[in-house]
Design a protein around this ligand. Structure first.
Ligand SMILES: [Zn+2]
Length: 215
């Protein structure tokens, strides 16, 4: 079980090095509780852990991870069971009072690829995945309209970026998010990580483009 051995060795290294060097930080986070100011919705993809990519410390990021970093639309009414992402957003905004929410999209996203396949008439395997990724169905039409000549990988990358915008739009359907954004006490952003190039871009609403933040 090489991966288990790798991780248990990793924990021993963390305990001896990082944990021992940051004991006061951990003690304070236990004593005072966590007070992250940012919530990130990232993909469950093993290559895009925001804490690693952004070199964050414990207590910095309230991370929500799911397939394709998607935010579902707010559902009112009685169906409040098992909405993991919505519950985590409510916890971040209403309990922790985060000041920022970032939808952290990325290139080469298998979840967005599944959505694209579905939109192009191909069967998407699974019981839960097709329903979940359909949250971003309209990102396909948005990408087509934005870049009519894009095909293959270029089209998928365009869909990945547009899917971030769909999630930003869906964030605003949550009344407790909309109210705070409009009051200026909560800010929402869309980021896009190109894992092959090691580049991070931020959505700029003024130009409707993703602008590189760090090369
Ligand atoms: Zn992904």
């Amino acid at each position: 079980m090489p991966i288990i051995n790798k991780l248990t060795t990793g924990f021993a290294h963390f305990r001896d090095k990082y944990f021992s060097e940051h004991q006061e930080l951990y003690r304070r986070l236990v004593r005072e509780g966590q007070k992250p100011t940012i919530c990130m919705i990232a993909c469950a993809d093993s290559r895009v852990d925001p804490a690693i990519v952004l070199q964050a410390d414990p207590g910095d990021i309230f991370a929500i991870r799911n397939v394709a970093n998607m935010v579902p639309p707010y559902l009112s009414g009685q169906d409040v069971t098992y909405h993991g992402t919505s519950a985590a957003l409510e916890f971040a905004v209403q309990y922790l009072g985060v000041k920022y929410i970032v939808v952290f999209g990325h290139a080469h996203c298998a979840g967005v690829k599944a959505m694209v396949n579905g939109q192009e008439g191909q069967a998407v395997a699974g019981h839960f995945v097709p329903a979940w990724t359909s949250i971003a169905d309209k990102a396909y039409a948005m990408a087509r309209a934005k870049n009519p000549t894009a095909q293959g990988e270029e089209l998928i990358h365009c869909c990945e970026r547009q899917a971030v915008l769909v999630s930003l739009e869906n964030l605003m359907t949550f009344p407790f998010i909309k109210d705070k954004v409009e009051a200026g006490t909560l800010h929402i952003h869309g980021w896009y990580l190109d894992i092959a190039e090691g580049k991070l871009a931020q959505y700029d609403p003024a130009t409707d483009t993703f602008v590189t933040m760090a090369a």
